[in-house]
Design a protein around this ligand. Sequence first.
Ligand code: NAG
Ligand code: NAG
Ligand code: NAG
Ligand code: NAG
Ligand code: NAG
Ligand code: NAG
Ligand code: NAG
Ligand code: NAG
Ligand code: NAG
Ligand code: NAG
Length: 589
Amino acid sequence: MASSQLPLLLSLFLLVFQLQPTKAKLLNSKFLTSTILSQLSTTTHLNDTRPTVYFEVTKPIKLPRTKPCSQLILSHDFGNTYGKPPVLANYTPPSHCTSQKLSKIILEWKATCKGRQFDRIFGVWLGGVELLRGCTAEPTASGIVWSVNKDITRYQSLLVRNQTQTFAVHLGNVVDNTYTGVYHVNITINFYPAEEKLNSTENNSDNPASRFGANADLILPISQNLPLNDGLWFEIKNSMDTQVKEFRISQNAYRAVLEVYLSFHQKDEFWYSNLPNEYVSTNHLGNTPGNGPFREVVVTLDDEIVGTIWPFTVIYTGGINFLFWSPITGIGSFDLPSYDIEITPFLGNILDGKNHKFGFSITSGMNVWFVDANLHLWLDSKSRKTQGKLLKHNVSALDVHSQSDFTGLDGTLLTNVSRSISSTGWVKSSYGEMTTEWIQDFRYSNSMSMSKDSNKQIINQMIHFNDSVYTRMPSYSVFSMNSYKRFPLGMSTDVLDKGDESYSLVTNITLGFNEEKSKIAGSDFLFNSLKNLQNGHVIIDIEGNYVLDALWNTEQAYEYRGSDLCYFRNISSLKDNILYDIVSNTCMQ
Ligand SMILES: *[C@@H]1O[C@H](CO)[C@@H](O)[C@H](O)[C@H]1NC(C)=O
Ligand SMILES: *[C@@H]1O[C@H](CO)[C@@H](O)[C@H](O)[C@H]1NC(C)=O
Ligand SMILES: *[C@@H]1O[C@H](CO)[C@@H](O)[C@H](O)[C@H]1NC(C)=O
Ligand SMILES: *[C@@H]1O[C@H](CO)[C@@H](O)[C@H](O)[C@H]1NC(C)=O
Ligand SMILES: *[C@@H]1O[C@H](CO)[C@@H](O)[C@H](O)[C@H]1NC(C)=O
Ligand SMILES: *[C@@H]1O[C@H](CO)[C@@H](O)[C@H](O)[C@H]1NC(C)=O
Ligand SMILES: *[C@@H]1O[C@H](CO)[C@@H](O)[C@H](O)[C@H]1NC(C)=O
Ligand SMILES: *[C@@H]1O[C@H](CO)[C@@H](O)[C@H](O)[C@H]1NC(C)=O
Ligand SMILES: *[C@@H]1O[C@H](CO)[C@@H](O)[C@H](O)[C@H]1NC(C)=O
Ligand SMILES: *[C@@H]1O[C@H](CO)[C@@H](O)[C@H](O)[C@H]1NC(C)=O
């Protein structure tokens, strides 16, 4: 559920709370959510004596063979922190280390928790720039441990700045007699000096294409200013709500990228399963969330759409059924993805030294989305002013096709949506004139079907999300980047009536994150492809008010092939036990 203490129930048994009167006697959702869930959470880890290690399957980070300088930035116990200001710490870089050439900077999040608690969303910021968005693991009576290692090298210019900056962490937690879990968190940053290359021939720092592909020189926060109560993200509450931030950039920028962080909660935590408003039914748990199953994050610059994001469907650790995510957590849940929007074609509009504004809104959004961004800027060290001009800009309207066929609460709904956005503009700097084209192409399809008085529900969704940047540089040099993402999602749930007030609740999930990426920067060529797929099954046998048995199983296949490394992992868990775990690092597969 992540974020608030109010709609606790939504997160837990989403797909069952529309049960119909005939089943209501059998399957009163009130006891399903509280009694049954509390039985599940207190009985499923009965035999544990040691803390369980929860983990997200992801590739290791390729590190240099140098000794890192490690700095503990923050150590804090997050108890009753909901609606309170973020926890702050002063940050100054370890200058003995950051004065050297660095090759990697890693943020290490380590946390433990014991007792009962919900999944909570958290954010980590430095000088208002978001570094990490995550969801906590749900604890057990015997305790849990999880950690996240995130490569934050792209924020290098911010991290090595020789001044004191404010480090902020917000994790909105509620502790009372029932929900006792306090999150103990340590955040460390590890700075890895570059390996000495004795006979290095690669020195591209004068090649404009290489500079274009390197890390930014300056990063501006596009988030809420401290002091405040809550995270630094903007809260977007409905489809009419646009959150705006004014900013001003250095007049010698020649590239700009807006990195957007987002997470969805409460009525939109499971937006892909929301019904159109005409089919939303009211029942003993209140309203089924509406506005249909399509969502898009729209980013504007001075009120013009510059890009959109069709988000990956992160499922938090308590989502659908918390048993799915124990001990292997959902893709992206411990380290939510961020998304880049190329602003370079629009630089000509904002190089005037004046204030401009970014706006964020959610197509069909419901309460609540947390969105903020970081503006990465590349600056011309040899001039005080660059110039630019937007040449072309085309935003197609959302192309929506939907079809529904309902009788009462049973029926089907099909929704297809597509959109494309493109822009071209030039920038003149001391490196010469560069023309950048930025294209986004999206395609979405969602099918929902409900039968057996809505007790059986099946949802299948696919998002295709392509974007590309192509920059022509002086002297025929080129910078280009292509990303082709596919996010499949399948969910089905069924109530199998076994008579005598007993029944089985069956839920299956398929969740995938696939991306093919290529980058050409002068003479450098990078390519990688990721296929990451999870399949989960949960069966709960219930008699009257009692859980007789619960069985859960997750399988995950992770395949990464890149010019940096290859990593394959095929893993499966049954209850809290790992059935098999096959890891390989060889690219020949
Ligand atoms: C706990 O251990 C007992 C004895 O080994 C076993 O019968 C029981 O199934 C276990 N319970 C759980 C929830 O794993
Ligand atoms: C945090 O660091 C302190 C001091 O090193 C240590 O005692 C504690 O166990 C750590 N906590 C976590 C969650 O790693
Ligand atoms: C950092 O700033 C301080 C004070 O301004 C200065 O004394 C110090 O030399 C600087 N360190 C580096 C590595 O630039
Ligand atoms: C450095 O040069 C030596 C001799 O020319 C060569 O054997 C070695 O492989 C080179 N090392 C690297 C890292 O390029
Ligand atoms: C690369 O070249 C630039 C400019 O010629 C020089 O300033 C820099 O020190 C060189 N870097 C390395 C690692 O050789
Ligand atoms: C804008 O995009 C639409 C849809 O992709 C296309 O039909 C139209 O021709 C484009 N207009 C321009 C001026 O490129
Ligand atoms: C949606 O697209 C699928 C295939 O891409 C097609 O079979 C289906 O008819 C479309 N549905 C609607 C309502 O447009
Ligand atoms: C995205 O790119 C891939 C590979 O070029 C292509 O097959 C697919 O149709 C594209 N999808 C969209 C929505 O443009
Ligand atoms: C869940 O998956 C199992 C195994 O693939 C299948 O037998 C069952 O019918 C599925 N149930 C639902 C509700 O999709
Ligand atoms: C993962 O391993 C299981 C069991 O060995 C096997 O059945 C499955 O095909 C493997 N999956 C992949 C993607 O390699």
